[in-house]
Design a protein around this ligand. Structure first.
Ligand code: AHR
Length: 323
C-alpha cells in the first residue's frame, strides 16, 4: 500500500510511469504508485462508455492502479463501492455521483479514513465542501443555456406558439437538474416557447424512445424535442420516424453530448443542434489525483471546455471525432 510519508517523491514519479496499473478490480494496493478507487455511474450512454475508456486508459498511462466499479445507475451500489475502497485503504477515491443528494455520510467516512475524494463529471449538493478536494467536470447549467439560446435564435423569425417536449436525464442527477434550469432560463426570453411535456428517459436510448412514444400519442403539435443527452435524442428519433414524421424537419431536435452517433444524426439533419459535453476527463483526473495524494493544493473547481455544433459543423469534424 502507498505510504503517505513518501507521498511527494512517489507522486512526482507516478505520472512518468507507463507500465502496469489500470483495470485491476479486486483488493490490495500497489507498492510503487497511486491506487485509485473509481465508482462509475454505469454504462447508460455513449458518453459514459467514452468517459470510462478515458479514465481506464489515462490510469494505465499514468501508472495508477485503478480499482473500477460500475454502479449500474444505482446510488446504493456506488456507496457500497466507495465503502469497499475505504476498507481497502486506497490512496484516493474518485466518483461521478449518480444523483446529487445523499452523500454526506459516506464522504465523511472517507474523510475520517484520511482518503481524499475527487468528484468527476457530476457534483454533489453537500453543504460541507471539505468532504471532497475538487470537482472536475462540465458546467451543466451553461450547457442547458446554450441549447435554449440556440432555440430562441432559431425561432426568432417564427410567429405563434412553439411546443417543446423535454426528455430529462436521470431524476436527481446534476446534469438533469442543471440542464433543465439553464434551458428554462434561456427560453424565458421568448414567450412563444413553452415546455408542454417533461419526463425522465434516464439518459438511455430506450428510455428516450419510450417516453417520446408516449409524448407523440398524448401531445398534439410537438415542434421541438430538447433531450438532455444524445442517446435519448436518438431514441426519440426512432419514435418520431415510427410515427411517420421526419426528425429534424417536422420536429426539431436539440441534444447534449456530441458523441459519434449523435454527431452522425446531426450531420444527416435528424438532429438540429448539439451542445458538447466532453467525456475525456481521464488525463486531468490522474493529474489532480497525483496532486491531492501528494498533499498539494488543487483548485476547488475545474471546468471542462466545450463547444456546440450545427449540422454543417458536425460534417466537418465527424471523421476526426474520437468518441
Ligand atoms: O453526466 C454526464 C451525462 O451522463 C451525459 O450527458 C450523459 O450522456 C450521461 O449519461
Amino acid at each position: 500500500m502507498f505510504k503517505k510519508s513518501f507521498v511527494t517523491v512517489i507522486a512526482a514519479t507516478t505520472l512518468a510511469l507507463t507500465a502496469c496499473g489500470g483495470g485491476s478490480d479486486a483488493g490490495g494496493g500497489s507498492d510503487d504508485g497511486i491506487t485509485m478507487g473509481f465508482a462509475q455511474v454505469g454504462a447508460e450512454s455513449g458518453w459514459r462508455t467514452a468517459n470510462t475508456k478515458s479514465i481506464q486508459d489515462s490510469a494505465k498511462a499514468a501508472g495508477v492502479d485503478l480499482k473500477f466499479s460500475d454502479a449500474q445507475q444505482k446510488q446504493e451500489n456506488q456507496i457500497k463501492a466507495i465503502r469497499s475502497y475505504i476498507q481497502q485503504q486506497v490512496d484516493v477515491i474518485a466518483f461521478s455521483p449518480v444523483v446529487e443528494s445523499g452523500w454526506d455520510t459516506v464522504l465523511k467516512e472517507a474523510k475520517d479514513a484520511d482518503i481524499p475524494v475527487i468528484l468527476t463529471d457530476r457534483s454533489v449538493d453537500s453543504a460541507d465542501t471539505s468532504l471532497y478536494k475538487t470537482f472536475l467536470g462540465s458546467d451543466f447549467v451553461e450547457e442547458g443555456k446554450k441549447a435554449g439560446d440556440w432555440l430562441v435564435e432559431d425561432s426568432a423569425s417564427t410567429d405563434g406558439p412553439i411546443n417543446i417536449v423535454e426528455l430529462q436525464g436521470t431524476t436527481g442527477a446534476a446534469p438533469a437538474i442543471d440542464r433543465k434550469e439553464g434551458f428554462e432560463a434561456a427560453i424565458a426570453a421568448d414567450p412563444d416557447l413553452t415546455i408542454v411535456e417533461s419526463q425522465t428517459g434516464d439518459f438511455t436510448r430506450s428510455g428516450g424512445k419510450q417516453v417520446m412514444e408516449a409524448f407523440l400519442k398524448n401531445t398534439p403539435d410537438i415542434d421541438v424535442v430538447y433531450a438532455h443527452n444524445d442517446d435519448m435524442g436518438l431514441g426519440a428519433i426512432e419514435a418520431i420516424e415510427a410515427a411517420g414524421k421526419v426528425p429534424g424537419k417536422d420536429i426539431k431536435i436539440i441534444t447534449v453530448d456530441a458523441v459519434k452517433d449523435g454527431m452522425t444524426a446531426l450531420s444527416e439533419g435528424k438532429i438540429n443542434y448539439i451542445v458538447e459535453c466532453n467525456p475525456l476527463l481521464g488525463e486531468q483526473l490522474m493529474d489532480l489525483a497525483a496532486k491531492v495524494v501528494a498533499g498539494e493544493e488543487v483548485p476547488a473547481r475545474v471546468v471542462t471546455e466545450e463547444s456546440a455544433f450545427t449540422p454543417e459543423q458536425a460534417k466537418e469534424v465527424l471523421a476526426s471525432r474520437e468518441y
